[in-house]
Design a protein around this ligand. Structure first.
Ligand code: CA
Length: 221
């Protein structure tokens, strides 16, 4: 499981962030001061670091500087207070990937974190959006109103293919060819079953039926 290091000495914010990240499927390791964060970074691999600047026993900038000196390229998202503009600039100069200003919305933090992860993974696949749904092909993840939706591989595949078609109608046959094989279920209505499940999870309006033709997701092309 991907683990994120959260360095934050504010207990309430720390707990809230840990819970929000946990709901998105990340494991979170939290440290409250700069020195223990520096220590844990040496021994453990994290997919990203959420780094507060104002810390005890050193600052977030110290943590970042020692990481980059060690050529540790783990993406870093800085958490900063509104009045710390100069720190923010120093943070970016010191090699932070992005920053977010307190107080912030949970969804904004998650979106910035995902963006940082996408950029640093080098897979710059555009996120596809329609209605309240976002499909991120790079991360094989879909979001409804900013919330990650649990989809099976084939449900995600159908959603991705429909989103990539941007409103073009795709027939059941076309969609069936896109499915991951290896399953036993190759029936003519297997696509309809997945579409039904997608509607249950995403609401009715996202995958549109064009009677006699197939399905589309997106404004009519
Ligand atoms: Ca702080």
């Amino acid at each position: 499981m991907d683990t994120i290091l959260l360095v934050e000495d504010d207990h309430m914010l720390g707990r809230a962030l840990t819970a929000a990240l946990g709901q998105e499927g990340w494991r979170v390791v939290r440290h409250e001061d700069a020195r223990s964060a520096q220590a844990v970074l040496v021994d453990h691999g994290f997919v990203a670091v959420l780094l507060d600047l104002g810390l005890a026993r050193g600052s977030g900038l110290d943590v970042l500087a020692t990481m980059r000196e060690r050529h540790d390229a783990t993406p870093v998202l800085i958490i900063t207070a509104r009045d710390q503009l100069s720190d923010r600039i120093r943070g970016l100069d010191a090699g932070a990937d992005d920053y977010i200003v307190k107080p912030f919305q949970r969804d904004e933090m998650l979106a910035r974190l995902r963006a940082v992860l996408r950029r640093t993974r080098g897979k710059v696949t555009p996120v596809l959006r329609w209605r309240d749904v976002e499909v991120d092909p790079g991360a094989s993840t879909a979001y409804l109103n900013g919330k990650r939706i649990g989809l099976s591989a084939n449900e995600f595949r159908i959603l991705q293919v429909l989103f990539e078609a941007r409103g073009r109608v795709l027939s059941r046959d076309q969609l069936q060819h896109c499915l991951c094989r290896g399953g036993t279920e190759v029936g003519s209505n297997v696509v309809a079953v997945y579409v039904h499940q997608l509607r249950r999870k995403l609401g009715d309006g996202v995958v549109v039926t064009e009677v006699g033709l197939g399905y589309r997701a997106g404004d009519e092309a």
